[in-house]
Design a protein around this ligand. Structure first.
Ligand code: ZN
Length: 490
């Protein structure tokens, strides 16, 4: 047998002189030991390095096929694996819109990874574990896509896992459209939607004879993603155990009607996606009520306060035994609580003039509600009396404003005599205007934030009292008022 190393050693002998046979075998021995040591180290490394879980199932047993789906512009990628341990069929939606495909495949791959982990751990059952992942498209327009991923995994436990993931995507950007974005970016609107969702869930659970104490399971967070069911309905197709965390509970789809949320859907995004009913502009405002029961009565009203001049004004009114009405700004109330209390104790009306004096007719329902409700609470805690009268700033109203006034038990008090005291800061002119235009039943508009208006008040009262008028509060002038109704006397 020829030794393959022989030519090499001969060559070495040529170049490196005087090597004895003893040193040669010594050297070969060392090389053998080093090689053995390296092989042992490699083996140890191989056995100690943890294998990645997604290598548990060799990729070679996964088969891929592509087909057109029944949805326009969407292909399906099928991945299947069949073995004694598992049967998996996954249908990925392929839109070729990177943002969308990334979101859907990330969710699917994570679920699949978890499933593979369970398969690797094994089962005492003889049957293979099964996994089916598919998707459904409920809405597919030029601009938006609503899609639900359904994941069914059966480990042969009591109930197969039935999870869903769902989104509405903007097809241009590939981004998810959240419910908050859809509802005019308003947290309050999302809270309202959550309340509707709770109602809807309870109806459905009651129909299935399941417990309905699910209020805290339906949070704004879990309804942040939605699908468009049709242009009048948005839905939340929850999987098993999300709404009712009871073993064996069925998956439940919660639906919200677009009409119920229409006040929050008056924005270009929602209008491009859904059939949003127009705000009811065609509905005429409530008829103006002109009372006439109080004989030769007039009502002085002061807006935008209270101010530093208001205590003096209260002294003047007291001196003439005259009553008035104050439409105050909620933002000024808490620092002037004692003054408001004095108004009420003296028999004057305290009404709601909004929190920060915006044009309410330009605001959405939730913002209007906030302006009025917060002011009502501030007045109530200062005076112990909840207002029934409001004066929308600038007298600006809309059907939405009336609806909010009505829901808060407020009637809308306008005016019949405008003194334009903010324009002419001249007490004599203000007095002349108030007195010159007053008829029985008049409501006179003034502002107690102007010193000149407070100074004009003795002149107004003296002149009117001489003419036989009684200076009364608005509530005395009008009697009981109807919430949501507009009053504009005289
Ligand atoms: Zn005002």
């Amino acid at each position: 047998m020829s030794n393959p190393r022989k030519p090499k050693t001969l060559h070495l002998q040529k170049t490196q002189v005087k090597r004895t046979p003893q040193t040669q075998s010594f050297r070969i021995g060392w090389i053998a030991i080093i090689l053995l040591f390296i092989s042992v180290a490699v083996c140890i490394w191989w056995f100690l390095t943890p294998r990645k879980t997604n290598q548990i199932t060799a990729p070679s047993d996964e088969k891929y096929t592509f087909t057109d789906s029944k949805y326009a512009g969407i292909k399906s990628k099928f991945a299947t694996r069949r073995s004694a341990k598992e049967i998996t069929v996954i249908e990925y939606p392929i839109t070729n819109i990177p943002g969308i495909d990334k979101t859907t495949s990330t969710v699917i791959d994570q679920a699949d990874k978890d499933f593979r982990r369970s398969v690797a751990i094994g089962s005492s059952f003889l049957e293979p574990m099964t996994q089916t992942i598919g998707y459904q498209v409920s809405y597919n327009s030029d601009k938006f896509l609503s899609l639900t991923i359904q994941i069914q995994q059966d480990f042969h436990g009591a109930h197969p896992m039935a999870a869903t993931h769902f989104w509405t995507f903007n097809k241009t950007s590939g981004e998810i459209v959240t419910l908050k974005k859809l509802l005019s970016d308003s947290d309050k609107a999302v809270e309202k939607a959550a309340a509707f969702a709770r109602e809807n869930a309870k109806e459905k659970l009651a129909a299935h004879r399941q417990p309905t104490d699910i209020d805290e399971n339906i949070t704004p967070e879990i309804i942040m993603n939605f699908v468009v069911q049709d242009k009048q309905t948005i839905s939340f197709p929850f999987g098993r155990g999300i709404i009712t965390p009871i073993a064996g509970s069925e998956p439940i789809t919660i639906s919200l009607k677009v009409g119920a949320l229409k006040d929050y859907l008056q924005n270009p995004l929602a209008k491009a996606m859904l059939d949003v009913p127009e705000p009811p502009k065609h509905i005429a405002p409530p008829p103006v009520v002109v009372p006439g029961s109080c004989h030769k009565c007039v009502a002085l009203t002061y807006d935008d306060g209270p101010s530093a001049y208001t205590p003096e004004l209260l002294d003047i009114l007291n001196r003439y035994q005259a009553k008035a009405s104050f439409f105050v700004l909620g933002s000024k109330v808490s620092s002037q609580a004692a003054l408001l209390k004095r108004m009420v104790q003296s028999g004057h009306d305290v009404g709601n003039h909004s929190w920060s004096h915006p044009d309410l007719s330009r605001l959405g329902a939730s913002a209007i509600h906030e302006q009025l409700a917060n002011t009502n609470s501030a007045i109530t805690s200062a005076t112990g009396k909840t207002p029934t009268l409001a004066r929308p700033p600038y007298g600006a109203t809309s059907p939405t404003v009336f609806a909010q006034l009505q829901s808060l038990g407020l009637s809308s008090i306008h005016w019949s005599v405008d003194t334009r005291d903010w324009a002419d800061r001249n007490s004599q002119i203000v007095c002349n205007r108030a007195v010159g235009n007053t008829r029985p039943g008049a409501i006179i508009l003034l502002h107690d934030i102007h010193k000149t208006s407070v100074d004009a008040t003795p002149c107004i009262i003296e002149t009117l009292q001489k003419q036989g008028y009684r200076l009364v509060s608005v509530s005395s002038l009008l009697g009981t008022t109807t919430p949501g109704q507009v009053y504009c006397a005289g």
